[in-house]
Design a protein around this ligand. Sequence first.
Ligand code: NDP
Length: 255
Amino acid sequence: MTLKLTGTVAIVTGASSGIGEATAKELAAHGATVAVVARRKERLDTLVTEIESAGGAAFAIAADITDRAQAEQAVQGVVDRCGRLDILINNAGLMLLGHVVDTDVEEWERMIAVNQNGLLYMTKAALPHLLTSARDDLRGVADIVNISSIAGRQAWANFAAYNMTKFGVNGFTEALRQEVTKLQVRVGVLEPGAVATELVSQNSQKVQDDLAASDGAAIPVPLQPVDIAESIAFMVTRPARSSIAELWAMPTSQV
Ligand code: NDP
């Protein structure tokens, strides 16, 4: 059976958990061969087995995308193996919260390294291959989807540096969209509200407790990773004429 992404090759960063893991499964279910990228190789291997058991195609690339050479090798490895690249989902991210006055500068550097530098390295390495795929007859289009956040649209105390990284992702996405859209590379940003993943667990227990106690933090029914995965799949399965430049996906229970 021909599916919408049959014959395409996709990279999903941060695929070892949460949104990235669900997205890899979703794109594979639409027929893409999915390269799953993250640092925790054993998790990626489990995911590959699950995708293959469901009849899909995937392979694992263990890489730390904050290391430019590793990011470049990841992209080159995919192209060497598959001969093409059609879709890049820049999903890997960290959310380290806290008041500016209390936060270690090293935490900011770690977060900027993933949320911004890693996204830049992956995009720069992938773009020539995406431009090539966009010119061929398979779909006549290629895709980059950058996972930003509601924190790329709204700023809050405790979120300052995370806000900065995600506002930056939004700006970069729109500028790049204008550069390459007429070359048939669609560049879109997806901004989720709260999703039930491991993201918050990277913070100290105190930061997690403060967050849980803060005004407006109560979100009774967060999104599930599959909700975002389906939105990403929607963005990359539009007809070649249609580019979703921005998608803001919120839990119904989050203001
Ligand atoms: P998870 O913590 O479940 O996933 C984060 C992923 O990023 C992991 O797979 C992790 O893999 C990967 N990652 C982290 N650092 C690196 C690195 N240096 N190199 C390669 N991969 C790395 O969180 P989510 O699924 O929630 O987060 C995915 C994205 O969604 C993030 O960009 C986040 O900011 C965004 N987002 C999440 C929201 C939420 O409420 N959950 C809301 C809005 C946006 P590993 O550790 O194996 O390397």
